[in-house]
Ligand binder design. Sequence first.
Ligand code: BV8
Length: 266
Amino acid sequence: MDLEPMGFEKRSSRERFPTDLLARLRDARRVVVLTGAGISAESGIPTFRDALTGLWAQYRAEDLATPEAFERNPALVWSWYRMRRELVVRAEPNPGHRAIARLESRLTRFTLITQNVDGLHRRAGSTDPVELHGSLLRARCSREGTVVDSWEEPKTGPPRCARCQAYLRPDVVWFGETLPEHALRRAREASAACDVFLSVGTSNLVEPAASLPWLAASAGAVVAVVNPSVEGQRSGTRVHHLLGRAGELLPALLAAGWPEEPNSPT
Ligand code: BV8
């Protein structure tokens, strides 16, 4: 269904998208958007699929993002996250992030669920993203769990908790760790009750986030996958694959869905 690459230059915005998807989007009462690393790729943030570079090239992201890795070498893991935090702070949200913030402003029942820890959705104007995997911009005490959003950055190694001197760790969910209960419940409830589910820039490999689109599809929602690749993406009767980059497709989808509204991509 709809797997043909969509040659954008030839067709008007309305023609570019499946008519029933546009109709369902315009009439939707409840819309959910799930994002992954792909939406931040156009902001210069490498995805998880992208091999680590430089002095990190010898590692796999999945090996550094675990409690065991932090136990083994807290300084190494902390400096990996500091490198990513510095990259994110220098980055800017892109037209994909901003289109999602505009979509939120057009709909009464809208839920943004993100696997990203880069905080770019908030900077783009999204008011209440469900951060399933935490945030790079916060840290927490590895013993007591106290969350802080500012700390003295030591020369090397993780900073220490001001109260108990245990190491601070990034306030993210590592592989093998359970997700924040409230966030996961919100994500599941919204997915099971939506009319339209947009899955943007995710390889759909990491659970439990990867199951959310199918929770929505099995509850009768139409699912649209925005991704330049169909690798690992499931298809189905209610699934549209919109092949392309989020920074181009999402502003175009809004323009096609609401031609009467100001759709300036910036
Ligand atoms: C848990 C935070 C209870 C840290 C992250 C069931 C079956 C098998 C395994 C499991 C299972 N249940 C649990 C597991 C284990 C594990 C898991 O799923 N492993 C995978 C690898 C098989 N899950 C967990 O451990 C979770 N915890 O379940 O706890 C439990 C525990 C143990 C056992 C049972 C139950 C915790 C998972 C969260 C881990 N933390 N991030 C950090 O960031 O450092 S996950 C991290 O990786 C990201 O947050 C994200 O979720 C994931 C990467 O995926 P994507 O975001 O999709 O990015 P990716 O690079 O893969 O793909 C990018 C996509 O974008 C591509 O498709 C590309 O084509 C596309 N793209 C590129 N450019 C663009 C684009 N798209 C649009 N526009 C573009 N311009």
